[in-house]
Write a protein that binds this ligand. Sequence first.
Ligand code: PLP
Length: 347
Amino acid sequence: MIVDKVTDLIGNTPMLRVPVPHRETRLLLKMEKMNPGGSTKDRMAHSMVLAAIKAGRLAPGGVVVESSSGNTGIGLAIAAVEFGLRFIAVVDHHAAPDKIAVMRALGAEIRFVEGNYREDEVAVVERQRMAARIAAEIPGAVFMNQSDNTANAGGYSAFVREAIEQAEGRIDAYVGCVGTGGSMTGIGHGLKAHHADTVIVAVEPDGSIVFGGPGHPYYQSGTGTPEGDTVGLVLDYGCIDLGLRVTDSEAFETARHFARRTGLLVGGSTGGTLYKALELVAEGRIAGNVLISVADGGEKYLQTIFNDAWMEAKGLRDPAIAERLDDWLGRRAAESPRAALPRLAVA
Ligand SMILES: Cc1ncc(COP(=O)(O)O)c(C=O)c1O
């Protein structure tokens, strides 16, 4: 298929089945990293810009302002090019430098939040405040405010349609991360509208306060709500059956192990959902068609998650996690002593 705009490349992402040793279960990974901006957020960014244009709040030549850890900003930068908009992204030191570089390359203006923050502390509250202030200072500028924007959740309706079709009509469980809650709400409600029994599992970083506090700093990027921030209005808890926490070590070691085991580079938030999904499958708590969104790719975290020195320095290495994952995914033939090649008898 030939398309005429980069935004026409958003969606219709493929699905990868990862083998698990449970005959009744298919672990289905929707490859959202294959969107043009490299993440699922391309969908909601385009949806929010379209909604603002339709509502008459934005017109060509207008200005979009948003606080973003990176992926929403990349999606907005792409949408801004399509509609001839100026885009100002407010970021903090927590955002992966490569994500900021991508936004810049796409023509976004980058503003850093001021203030001294610990390296593992997310300055999301200040980021929001600064984005609102910048938007208020520029005539006609629109603060997208993804956490409270209904077009965020609304951006995932095509994801739901595609996933159900790819899974031949049935998703039994969805395990996803929760940051603003836009993807969780859009996907959770969409799947339940199709099949009310679909089990919806939300995974937040250990230290995030989506399912209650107190919180503490964490390294997982883009996902969770840090202490001091308030959970976005876009998150509807009513679509969630089970809320879980995953540690940075579990999330990152899973991303690292998955890369070597399957050849697929996933980001840290996806590592966390994969870890929890595999745990739930192993415990027999979910089964059937289990859907996971590969929210973004590991290519964006080569300097952190996939950097041995960084993982060591932060005390995040834990070899026991890889062992556990191999138990849950099934030992590969080469690892099984019984499958080892018989020694040749020497005459
Ligand atoms: C990599 C990644 N995972 C998860 C999320 C959380 O998604 P949501 O904001 O829809 O809850 C984000 C959001 O920015 C993200 O960039």
